[in-house]
Design a protein around this ligand. Structure first.
Ligand code: LLP
Length: 429
């Protein structure tokens, strides 16, 4: 049985049991039932601290990419730690405000911002819109003029850099829908500069993908952004910040060696200094590298099914609770919460959902019995936020642990609530 723990130091073995900080995970699984998400406050804090210390000698803004995990308590922790936020919807902005975050530290990314969302963001006086198309620029200009507001903007440029990650999470290639074409960027900046009463150009942005495990693609993208900044300078357009997006990978599997925030920051800052841009504010939109390894998904073994060609370990967490393996064939480490000694069997760990794609891990050697708890590690990012009600399954609860205490930060949904917004047809229909 492979008991490797890719998670932060906060998930660890104590006398043969998996703990989160000082709390045995078995205790939480018994108390709250499974499936269950558990996060470590301390792990989140130390991930934020590693960005902060990497950035301490430079002007910077660390924006937490909320799409990774937008539970209000998580957002509240980030607000408390002083981070800004990278949002992609009006809903995420509403969460920032509800959790006590500062809208003036909000960066708004996304290709499809609606009129209402732009109004909402201007009313909240957010820090910057990452503009992703010519039409979005026109829309922002119109709305800002009508509202008598000044929209701070940056263009998200598509540098056509391959981040060498799963195709579904590559975003900075020519064939991707994100950002404005590199060749078009200068023209758009010049056009935006014609409307100083509506928009103020503050930066340049690029986000090339997610779960990137080498530094080179970030450096290549940085160089391409600086080439554009050089041209803009000659036209009298000066930037305040460079936004490198998110995308820094984490360790999921034994042998993974994701770079640290400090390796990323120092490589980028060296390029900036070399090119005489050392004074620009560095912005990061980090999601997974902050919360990914700070969470686990606990699940219970419902059945062991011995097949002719495959053995199945059927657990109570499905693709509706954790879709990453189904969607991206992601490899996630799974360990028993209380490992047993003895003979192991090779299983596919699968969920209860009626889809062949509903799996969590394939060909895993385990010694487990019905009723055992398993922990799916590195589940803090893109776990709960991508969950659904497919197969009419309620979403799992979430617990935050800090030291030896813990708190429910999301209740398990109730079945009546799940369909409470649906309406039966009237008799007259
Ligand atoms: N900024 C922008 C504009 C983004 O689109 C994303 C992620 C981030 C920042 C944060 O990236 P991170 O630091 O978390 O890599 N669901 C996929 C990941 C999708 C990422 C989408 N965009 C997964 O589970 O692997």
């Amino acid at each position: 049985m492979n008991l490797y723990l890719p998670n932060s130091a906060q998930f660890h073995w104590v006398e043969g049991q998996l703990f989160c900080d000082a709390v045995p995970l078995k205790l939480l699984a018994n108390k709250y039932g499974t499936p269950l998400y558990v996060y470590s406050y301390t792990a989140i804090q130390s991930a934020v601290d590693s960005y902060k210390s990497a950035l301490k000698d430079t002007e910077h803004l660390l924006c937490y990419a909320m799409k990774a995990n937008s539970n209000l308590a998580v957002v509240q922790i980030m607000a408390h730690l002083g981070t800004g936020f990278d949002i992609v919807s009006g809903g995420e902005l509403a969460r920032v405000i509800a959790a006590g975050g500062d809208p003036k530290k909000v960066i708004y990314s996304g290709v499809g911002k609606t009129v209402e969302e732009i109004e909402q963001a201007l009313n909240a006086d957010i820090l910057c819109f990452n503009v992703e198309s010519a039409q979005e620029l026109e829309r922002i200009i119109q709305i800002a003029k009508r509202m008598g507001r000044l929209a701070r903007i940056s263009f998200r440029v598509n540098p056509d850099v391959d981040p060498h990650t799963h195709p579904y999470i590559s975003t900075g290639l020519k064939q991707n829908k994100f950002g404005v074409a590199y060749e078009e960027a200068v023209r758009l900046y010049l056009h935006a500069a014609e409307f100083p009463e509506a928009v103020k150009i503050t930066g340049m942005d690029c986000h090339i993908g997610s779960q990137i495990t080498t530094i080179e693609p970030f450096v290549d993208a940085c160089k391409k952004m600086l080439d554009l900044a050089d041209i803009l300078k000659t036209k009298g357009i000066f930037l305040d910040h460079l936004d490198f997006g998110g995308g820094l990978g984490i360790n999921y599997e034994e042998g993974d060696h994701a770079p640290s925030p400090s390796e990323l920051v120092s490589a980028l800052h060296a390029v900036m200094q070399e090119r005489d841009y050392g004074d620009l504010t560095m912005v990061f939109e980090a999601g997974r590298s902050i919360i990914g390894n700070a969470g686990v998904l606990l699940t219970e073994v419902e059945y062991l099914k011995v097949g002719e060609e495959k053995n199945f370990c059927i657990v109570d967490a499905g693709m509706n609770d954790m879709i990453r393996p189904a969607l991206y064939q992601s490899w996630m480490q799974v360990v028993p919460v209380t490992p047993r000694e003895g003979e192991e069997t090779v299983y596919d760990i699968v969920g209860p959902v009626c889809e062949t794609g509903d799996w969590i891990g394939k060909d895993r050697s385990l010694n487990v019995e019905q009723g055992d708890f398993l922990a799916v590690l590195s589940a803090g990012a893109y776990g709960m936020t991508m969950s659904s009600h497919y197969n009419t399954r309620v979403k799992p609860p979430e617990i935050m642990v800090r030291g030896d205490h813990y708190q429910v930060i999301r209740e398990r949904e109730s079945m009546p609530k799940l369909f409470s917004s649906e309406v039966m047809l009237s008799k007259e229909f």
